[in-house]
Design a protein around this ligand. Sequence first.
Ligand SMILES: NC(=O)c1ccc[n+]([C@@H]2O[C@H](COP(=O)([O-])OP(=O)(O)OC[C@H]3O[C@@H](n4cnc5c(N)ncnc54)[C@H](OP(=O)(O)O)[C@@H]3O)[C@@H](O)[C@H]2O)c1
Length: 270
Amino acid sequence: MHQNIIPMLGAGTFRLKEQEAYQSVEMSLEAGYRHIDTAQIYDNESEVGKAIADSGIKRDDIFLVTKVWMSNFPRDRFRKSVEESLQKLRTQSVDLLLIHWPLRDDNPPMADYLESLKQVQEAGLTKHIGVSNFTVSQLEQAIDILGKDQILTNQIEVHPYLRNKKVTDCCQQNNIIVTAYMPFAYGKVLSDPLIQKIAQNHDATAAQVVLAWEREHGFVTIPSSTKRKNLDSNLLSKNVHLSANEVSEIDGLNQGFRLADPDFAPDWDI
Ligand SMILES: NC(=O)c1ccc[n+]([C@@H]2O[C@H](COP(=O)([O-])OP(=O)(O)OC[C@H]3O[C@@H](n4cnc5c(N)ncnc54)[C@H](OP(=O)(O)O)[C@@H]3O)[C@@H](O)[C@H]2O)c1
């Protein structure tokens, strides 16, 4: 089983550059986060690596995730790019390496870049492998290529305005952990009246309610923050327990509202 491998709450680093990235990771680790999410395209792996090294926390105690960018999918670039990431991250291996986005034009084909992913795992450059932004049909294809129980997670956008049920159900049926990115829809869901009402009833913040909702569904989640106060209070979401009725009320907010939808995105499951 794949449960309990990834710490349920991690710290995201998208958009954070240079000193802001360093400080966010530094504060996250001080606050108690032990799961850090970065990517080659975020252009902050060096700062993430330095913050981890400076923290004095044993590398083994941190679950570190990075993602291979699409331009590095060709065979002659894949491994080299991962080696560069490891160098920037100041580590021999990451805990989880993800394919950041599937390719719309299948060039190179999925079998090709998933084979490269498997090879870097076999070479010890990553403990686990996974994917991100994969749809149901792409997950099925990936399972056909890699075999069952090889994909640890599918990292996808999930928040109260985008429940993303088809693909999250597919993940859970196939023993693939859902990692929910943009849990706050970059802040938009935090002013929702229903979420605020539930927060008031629990004497909690809207952000804590959203993180508790993700957890009640069994989803790992990776909010980002540049503020120690928010990082601390997000961690305390572990003390917020929602009733089944509250979870389904929040499910009812779904409106298919998607933030991460670049022109290279796949044809999403609706
Ligand atoms: N795989 C992918 O393609 C993909 C795509 C997008 C994102 N991601 C990952 O998912 C992570 C999270 O997504 P995201 O950073 O875009 O969006 P997010 O986590 O939904 O929102 C981040 C925003 O929420 C605010 N915030 C955090 N905690 C708060 C709190 N307690 N109260 C009020 N506001 C709060 C932050 O502001 P402050 O800084 O002021 O706290 C920041 O503006 C990324 O950092 C990245 O690691 C992955």
